[in-house]
Design a protein around this ligand. Structure first.
Ligand code: S0N
Length: 275
């Protein structure tokens, strides 16, 4: 698993944030193997900080999300700190900040690949659901536990899952709280590929490299289009914002901008009206 040179980007308590030396691939690893990589509010805050960095750093094109060790990707919220109204942080404030992280992953204009190295359970399962692609180790297990442990994620955890595997299957996953093998996950379209554990990171890096060879703007628009299809006005806002970004790059938009600064009437006559 460790044939690559991962260089730390920033030090955190609960996660590792690294990049592949000389390449545009970042990796965020939930590093709490003693609790099967369950997240507490701090873990989520650190992931949000790392994803924000990955967004701002123009040299990063793909982010891998994984868990430490070979037992779990993530087992969801840390049950030891679940309190009245959320998962309680060091200041005693109950939080459900993983919902913000889910949105951040969805709206990051770069692909995020879940590299599932073991259990993806509860809120940990939802994390892989909101990633763009999922590559799973053969021994990985997938499932929701909410209705068994007194919680539920009726946001992306239910609705996006329904879009991915179909409503009947998504309801089965939530209502019965069973665990599914990587092979079963592949058959229901929940993951993109299943590989031996020893090949997991190598495969994820290969996929990331293939993506990095492609047009970043095309990838950005495609991701936004999937969000627009599933997320209503919020999804459309991202797609529209990306269209504006693209428009700013055109001579047509620059003419409008220049004309304003030069206090003259813009001349759009030379720009084509495509059929
Ligand atoms: C992952 C499982 C299946 C692994 O089983 P395995 O390999 O047999 O290991 P265990 O012996 O069970 O565990 C090893 C040690 O790890 C601790 N541990 C495991 N998971 C957690 C966890 N989530 N929190 C805290 N500790 C955990 C075990 O206790 C054990 O410790 P020791 O060695 O000290 O005994 C299995 O472990 C399992 O099923 N885990 C629990 C899964 C779970 O309940 N997850 C939480 C589900 N809820 C969420 O994820 C909430 C998400 C959320 O925040 C949310 C979002 C939107 C809307 C609502 C919510 C909400 O609040 O629910």
């Amino acid at each position: 698993m460790n044939q690559f040179e991962w260089v730390p980007i920033k030090q955190y308590t609960d996660i590792l944030y690294e990049r592949l030396a000389g390449e545009g691939i970042a990796k965020i690893t939930i590093n709490r193997p003693e609790v099967r990589n369950a997240f507490r509010p701090l873990t989520v805050m650190e992931m949000m900080d790392a994803f924000a960095h990955a967004r701002e750093d123009g040299s990063i094109g793909v982010v891998l999300l994984t868990g430490a060790g070979d037992k779990a990707f993530c087992s969801g919220g840390d049950q030891r700190v679940r309190g009245h109204g959320g998962y309680v942080d060091d200041q005693g404030i109950p939080r459900l900040n993983v919902l913000d992280l889910q949105k951040q992953i969805r709206y990051l204009p770069k692909p995020v690949i879940a590299v599932v190295n073991g259990y993806a359970i509860g809120g940990g399962h939802v994390l892989h659901v909101v990633c763009d692609l999922t590559i799973a180790a053969e021994h990985a297990k997938f499932g929701q536990v909410g209705p068994r442990v007194g919680s539920f994620d009726a946001g992306y955890g239910a609705t996006l899952l329904g879009r991915i595997v179909g409503h009947k299957k998504a309801k089965e996953i939530w209502f019965l709280c069973r665990q599914y093998t990587a092979q079963e996950a592949l058959e229901m379209g929940l993951v993109n590929a299943v590989v031996p554990y020893e090949k997991l990171e190598e495969t994820a890096v290969e996929w990331a490299r293939e993506i990095l060879e492609k047009s970043p703007m095309a990838i950005r628009f495609l991701k936004a289009a999937f969000n627009a299809d599933t997320d209503g006005l919020a999804g459309l806002q991202q797609l529209a914002g990306d269209a504006t970004l693209l428009y700013y790059l055109t001579e047509e938009a620059k003419e409008g901008h220049r004309a304003f600064l030069e206090k003259r009437k813009p001349d759009f006559s030379k720009f084509p009206r495509f059929p």
